[in-house]
Ligand binder design. Structure first.
Ligand code: 9G3
Length: 577
């Protein structure tokens, strides 16, 4: 492809709204163009990457026996009313009426549609397992779309849905998709972690997220240095502390702590350590019931763990008057002593002794408070945020290491949530009618491309992993007005294309420096630099974008050198862990 004929105008500056690196680089290298908030055109350069990622996905899913189909983006409300989700989702679900006034939505996901398709086809257990997938445009009307393709409103998702005879078979489908995802992300040349994630209040069913590791990732992931255990911080378990022999409990004493609210202020004022304080947070469930959650002063409450423990869909911090009603005192001085609401306490609180707590009275704290003697805990549990460096809860040796991750894929156990509500059943070998057991599996294609950039870049621009690069080789002709140079460059271009390499030839009549900058910004794996001076010595330069290494080779040697370099890059990238 010739740059002078391609639709590829790189940008020096980008709009301020592009906060993340991948968003900036996708705009500057002309991979995407914004049409509206969260809605983009995939420009030719960007679409080549999308197609590469899709091709890898298709190969790996087809290898697992998945069957591709394509469902409509526009979905009738009736299906969402059957699954009872029509009224569950708010404005994020874009709804509209057709010319006859019938209700539709723009599909944010396709559980309802695929269950409707299968329920009409499924009769016998012999037809299962079935794993259907599509690569299709989704729409979710995010309130604040940002970061380019990372959090768009319209985006391309591969979504797959498995149907099995029972839980055991569904588990098999789940793990086969899990391993297919691992192969997909390895082949995309990405460093990733499969992360145990919070499956929401559904409980029972579990889910794994696939995170590309990148410092700019929004999610925090904890991974054990020794065993494989890796979890989203929302879910990461904490090791139960050893129970300690309790010494002598001192008498409680109420102490004035004027204006001292935070753990740090109170600890400093009283001359104790944060871990000697009991932090009391008052939450309210969706029905308004207040619940107190206690954690040690140096720990943080993990609201997702509390919400799941209580089996709630929503849980939020109580406001001032709820705190006053529930504790008798103002916020900042809450404590468990004398509290007659449900009290949950993290395991670490049980091992505390002679602790400091709020006195449920303005400017007052209790000293020498002891669990069970001075307050009753309804339930002890793992209610705190796990931290980097603490001991792994699963194995004896490891410790948590913290990563930032970008979630690019997710595998879910759905159970019979949709097959029950939408009557997707089959006759088992005894002729008994049963609901299919389902799983669903998503990959954000655009988000994978963006994550690849977040993980593969330097100060000059993008460094594409070979398998998803828009082209394999960039040829830079530094003297387009010199016939010999152009003949040499065109010969190399033809030879490489004969070998079915994808070549972008920069034939623009612009200064060399400009070409070098664009080549590094666009980030193709290899650059073949053809110039008058080099040719005089009978050589051209081959540069590896990732390392910056340059090698002088005879023009005739370039194809062999390209094969050698791309293969070794591919090998390194597919092994990245
Ligand atoms: C909606 C809207 C947003 C949504 C959903 C529904 C997320 C919704 C969860 C999933 C689960 C899996 C198949 C592919 C993998 C993920 N956001 N989810 O169901 F109506 Cl507006 O999409 N679906």
């Amino acid at each position: 492809m010739r740059m002078s004929k391609y639709l590829l105008n790189t940008l020096k500056e980008v709009p301020r709204e592009a906060e993340t690196l991948s968003h900036q680089l996708m705009l500057r290298s002309c991979m995407i163009k914004k049409v509206a908030a969260g809605i983009y055109t995939y420009m030719p350069m960007g679409y080549r990457v999308i197609r590469k990622i899709e091709a890898i996905i298709r190969e790996e899913l087809n290898r697992e026996g998945c069957i591709e189909l394509l469902m409509p983006a526009v979905q009738p409300a009736e299906l969402w009313q059957e699954s009872k989700r029509w009224d569950f989702y708010g404005k994020e679900l874009l709804r509209f009426k057709d010319r006859k006034g019938a209700d539709f939505c723009l599909g944010p996901t396709h559980e309802e549609v695929i269950t409707d398709v299968v329920r009409r086809e499924l009769k016998s257990y012999r037809q299962l397992p079935l794993n259907l997938y599509q690569i299709q445009t989704k729409f979710r009307d995010e309130i604040r779309p940002r970061y380019g393709l990372m959090r768009g409103r319209e985006f391309i998702m591969k979504d797959a849905y498995s149907f099995d005879v029972d839980d055991q078979a569904s588990e098999k489908s789940y793990w086969s998709m899990y391993h297919a995802y691992a192969r997909i992300f390895h082949r995309c040349g990405l460093k990733f972690r499969a992360v145990e994630a919070d499956s929401g209040a559904i409980g029972g069913s579990y889910t794994h997220e696939f995170h590309v590791l990148a410092d700019t990732g929004e999610d925090t992931v904890l991974s054990c240095t020794h065993c494989e255990y890796t979890a989203n911080i929302e879910k990461a378990e904490c090791r139960k502390p050893e129970s300690v022999e309790h010494g002598d409990f001192l008498e409680t004493e109420k102490r004035e702590t004027p204006g001292k609210k935070s753990v740090e202020e109170v600890a400093e004022f009283l001359g104790v350590q944060p871990e000697n304080l009991i932090k009391t947070m008052i939450f309210v469930a969706e029905d308004g019931t207040p619940v107190a959650v206690l954690v040690r002063g140096d720990h943080e409450v993990n609201e997702v763990k509390v919400r799941n423990f209580l089996g709630l869909n929503a849980l939020e911090l109580a406001d001032e008057e709820t705190i006053r009603a529930a504790t008798g005192g103002p916020s900042g001085f809450s404590g468990p002593v004398g509290l007659n609401i449900r009290i949950l306490a993290d395991y670490a609180v049980r091992e505390m002794e002679n602790a400091v707590t709020g006195a449920n009275e303005k400017d007052m704290h209790w000293l020498n408070v002891n669990p069970e003697r001075d307050f009753k805990v309804s339930e002890y549990g793992d209610f705190r945020l796990a931290e980097e460096g603490e001991q792994c809860p699963r194995c004896e040796e490891g410790r948590y290491e913290q990563f930032k991750g970008i979630e690019v894929g997710q595998v879910f156990r759905l159970g019979t949530k949709y097959s029950e509500s939408m009557d997707c059943r089959f006759l088992d070998e005894n002729g008994k009618e049963k609901p299919a057991v389902m799983g669903c599996y998503g990959i954000g294609v655009g988000r994978t491309a963006a994550a690849a950039i977040e993980q593969n870049n330097d100060e000059n621009g993008i460094i594409w992993p070979v398998n998803i690069a828009p082209f394999d080789v960039m040829i830079l002709n530094l003297d387009v007005r010199d016939e010999d140079v152009s003949i040499a460059a065109r010969t190399i271009e033809e030879k490489l294309e004969e070998m079915s390499f994808e070549v972008l030839y920069d034939d623009r009549d612009v200064r060399a420096g400009f070409k070098f900058k664009d080549a590094d910004l666009i980030g193709l794996p290899l650059q073949v630099i053809v110039g008058k001076r080099g040719l005089k010595e009978g050589v051209v330069e081959v540069k590896v974008r990732r390392t910056g290494d340059r090698e002088k080779v005879a023009p005739a040697e370039v194809p062999r050198k390209v094969v050698e370099l791309l293969n070794s890059l591919k090998e390194q990238e597919e092994q990245r862990r």
